[in-house]
Design a protein around this ligand. Structure first.
Ligand SMILES: *Cc1c(COP(=O)(O)O)cnc(C)c1O
Length: 333
């Protein structure tokens, strides 16, 4: 079983799949025509889903949030410019940055992978990057990011500040999103994806909310008609069923917390996670443990942090299989 790339391992519910299929079928009748290049209906649907008084002029979307981030970097990074994040963080940020000809700067986190407003703001003021990435909660560590860090970084930065909320639906319900900070901060961007909580990784749909001027800048770098009609149709239908699509989130959060508790009981160190995965330390030889789990049919991720591995929270049965396989291996340091 694949518990290595933080997918939602629950399939799309049957009744939602039927509705998505209907919408795609209708869209197929006009497939000889180019799609709505402004994906107006979809932007309206995302604005509605995000709430907070957002309107469609503040929304952008693309084929996965990786493409959304690429659009941002094409518009605001490039040769002679810099982008910064706080390591360890999402491995795509430096790759996407360098592909535009810009330079990547690694900031540092505190022990335990947290980030304080003072430290983050000081590092940003010092490096003075054109783009800052804040992954909230952070991948691959799962670490939550308090909003005062976003506020401090937004104050310290002269350029674009991107809060990547790919896993935000797995955070406690009462914790506020960086969406609440958008008002009055025209260089702040909050990016989201349907890949994780929405169980839609294969459809490739990511989106963001920002000031309309940022959205206008993205129109300059995207390819014409970048978002296909079938993708727009599928995303629209799925969004109409948001509560059902998100119905598995609580179950995944329960499995995540069970993984953390069991890892601790087995003598590992589970890092606090607000995402759908757990980073754990205290692994004597990560390569050997990764291999032993693989031989038992469980695929997790060695993300290159010494003595650590990362596992995605799957269904109850998948989680049980992972925990039992791990318990059968003697691998604590
Ligand atoms: C999975 C992930 C994404 C989403 O990628 P998509 O291109 O939308 O599938 C974005 N950011 C982070 C930190 C992720 O882990």
């Amino acid at each position: 079983m694949a518990l290595n790339v933080n997918e939602n391992t629950h399939p799309v519910p049957e009744e939602v799949a039927d509705d998505i299929l209907d919408q795609i079928a209708r869209s197929l009748r006009d497939i000889n025509r180019y799609p709505d290049r402004e994906f107006t209906e979809l932007r309206e649907a995302f604005a509605g889903y995000l709430g907070g008084g957002l309107v469609r002029d503040q929304i952008w979307a693309a084929n996965g949030s990786n493409e959304v981030l690429q659009h941002l970097l094409m518009a605001f990074a490039g040769p002679g410019r810099t982008a910064m994040g706080f390591a360890p963080t999402y491995s795509m940020y430096p790759l996407l940055t360098r592909a535009t000809g810009a330079r990547w700067i690694d900031g540092v986190r505190e022990a335990g992978y947290g980030l304080s407003p003072e430290s983050a703001a000081a590092q940003v003021a010092d490096a003075d990057p054109d783009v800052v990435f804040l992954c909230a909660p952070n991948n691959p560590t799962g670490t939550p990011l308090p909003l005062d860090v976003v506020e401090a970084v937004a104050d310290a930065a002269h350029g674009i500040v991107i809060v990547d909320e790919a896993y935000v639906e797995f955070a406690p319900r009462e914790s506020p999103s960086a969406i609440t900070l958008l008002e009055g901060r025209e260089r702040l961007v909050v990016s989201r994806t349907m890949s994780k909580a929405f169980a839609f990784a294969g459809a490739r749909v990511g989106y963001l909310a920002a000031d309309p001027a940022v959205i206008d800048a993205l129109r300059l770098v995207r390819l014409p008609y970048h978002l296909g009609a079938l993708t727009q149709a599928a995303a629209l239908a799925a969004l109409r069923h948001a509560p059902t699509m998100l119905g598995m989130v609580d179950e995944i959060v329960a499995q995540r917390d069970r993984i953390s508790a069991t890892l601790e009981a087995l003598g590992y160190v589970a890092h606090p996670s607000w995402a759908n995965f757990v980073l754990f330390g205290g692994v004597d030889d990560p390569t050997a443990t990764w291999r032993a789990l693989y031989d038992r049919g469980v695929l997790i991720r060695d993300i290159g942090i010494p003595h650590h591995l990362r596992v995605t929270a799957g269904t109850e049965a998948e989680t049980t299989a992972f925990l039992e396989a791990l318990a059968s291996i003697d691998s604590q340091s």
